[in-house]
Design a protein around this ligand. Structure first.
Ligand SMILES: *Cc1c(COP(=O)(O)O)cnc(C)c1O
Length: 357
């Protein structure tokens, strides 16, 4: 039996979107491939509120996280971490020999704009990384407040991990001044895993020229040049099935309406948060809760695997806590194409299962 996914990726994929993955192949050097990638870029620019170029990567989002920090850091990166995924970005720096310092917030808390200001004021950094939506804790960083500080330092390239929020939460890339905004196909975008995409500012591209060893497959400059010069092609063979599905899914997203889509996510988040407060407790800072995933403290101290097993028998799956929070918390994702009705069904089933625990 298929379990309906309320995990923070991969999320449920609609049948019509899945079927687009089975489109007959085309050559990746044809004008049809160029047209496909150009259409995808035009639609993603609307979703990201940007005029910047869009790069695709046949990888999960981690590929572009690694590629962007490596390709844009000429001196030193300030990596701000509010949990597992900020930590991952720092690990990537270390593994690639990219000079970096990590600034960590307490789990469940945001990145404090004053701390960003203090770090950038040292003049040591030419890149900053921010996790928009920390999937491990269900915290959304306040991008507008962070932007106000970061934009005081025009030489610092701003990279944002929006893997678990783009498509479910409004991110106005140009207004905020984000240089590279990254997401994956399998979260709020409601597609199968395997493709990542990002917006890239001209400034970020210019910076790559000062960086010697940018790697190859995830070299942002190389991906950018193929967009500009070919145009709208991909250096190696891309996942065309994902591109067919993404092109189609973007039509659906724009048809739903961006504001309506974000509003749906906000409404689902509120419903899950209210339920969690009534039956359990919210793990994170109540003033900065994520619109796409909720992290709930397991106040009843039940065994999560047994709990999720029972949910599975009824056709639903949620997630354990991540990393240090495993067992102590569990997570419900409300992202992608799930509806309020799906959330209501899930919570009713969870209420029944809780009684059996
Ligand atoms: C899932 C996730 C990632 C990793 O994305 P992949 O597509 O699995 O590589 C990074 N950051 C955040 C915030 C995530 O939720």
């Amino acid at each position: 039996m298929h379990k309906k996914l309320f995990i923070p990726g991969p999320t449920e994929v609609r049948q019509d979107v899945l079927e687009k993955m089975a489109t007959a192949m085309i050559g990746h050097r044809t004008t049809d491939a160029t047209e496909l990638q150009r259409n995808i870029s035009d639609k993603l620019r609307q979703l990201m509120y940007t005029k910047n170029e869009i790069l695709l990567s046949t990888s999960s989002g981690s590929g572009l996280m690694e590629g962007s920090v490596r390709s844009c850091t000429a001196r030193r990166a300030a990596v701000f971490s509010i949990g597992a995924f900020g930590d991952r970005w720092f690990k990537m720096c270390e593994a690639n020999g990219v000079p970096a310092d990590k600034f960590s917030s307490e789990l469940g808390q945001i990145t404090a704009p004053e701390e960003v200001d203090a770090a950038l004021a040292t003049g040591k950094y030419d890149v900053i990384t921010i996790t928009h939506n920390e999937t491990a804790t269900g915290v959304a960083n306040p991008l507008a407040e962070l932007a106000a500080v970061i934009n005081k330092y025009p030489d610092v390239i701003w990279l944002v991990d929006a893997v678990s929020s783009l498509g479910g939460d409004k991110i106005e890339v140009d207004e905020l001044g984000i240089d590279i905004c990254i997401t994956s196909s399998q979260k709020c975008m409601g597609l199968p895993p395997g493709l990542a995409f990002c917006s890239v500012s001209e400034r970020a591209y210019e910076r790559t020229k000062d960086v010697k060893n940018r790697g190859s497959y995830f070299d942002i400059a190389e991906l950018y040049r193929f967009i500009k010069e070919k145009p709208y092609q991909y250096p190696s063979t891309p996942s065309l099935p994902h591109m067919f599905a993404l092109d189609y899914q973007m039509d659906r997203i724009l048809e739903e309406g961006l504001d309506a889509r974000f509003e749906r996510h906000a409404t689902m988040a509120k419903r899950v948060q209210d339920w969690a407060k009534e039956h359990f407790a919210l793990y994170s800072d109540p003033n900065h809760l994520s619109q796409t995933v909720t992290c709930i403290t397991n106040t009843k101290d039940f065994d999560f695997s047994e709990f999720n097993g029972k949910l599975g028998e009824r056709g639903f799956a949620i997630s354990n806590g991540y990393g240090a929070l495993k067992g102590k918390t569990f997570r419900i994702a409300h992202m992608g194409d799930v509806t309020m009705q799906d959330i209501d069904e899930l919570l009713t089933v969870i209420d029944d299962v809780v009684k059996e625990m």
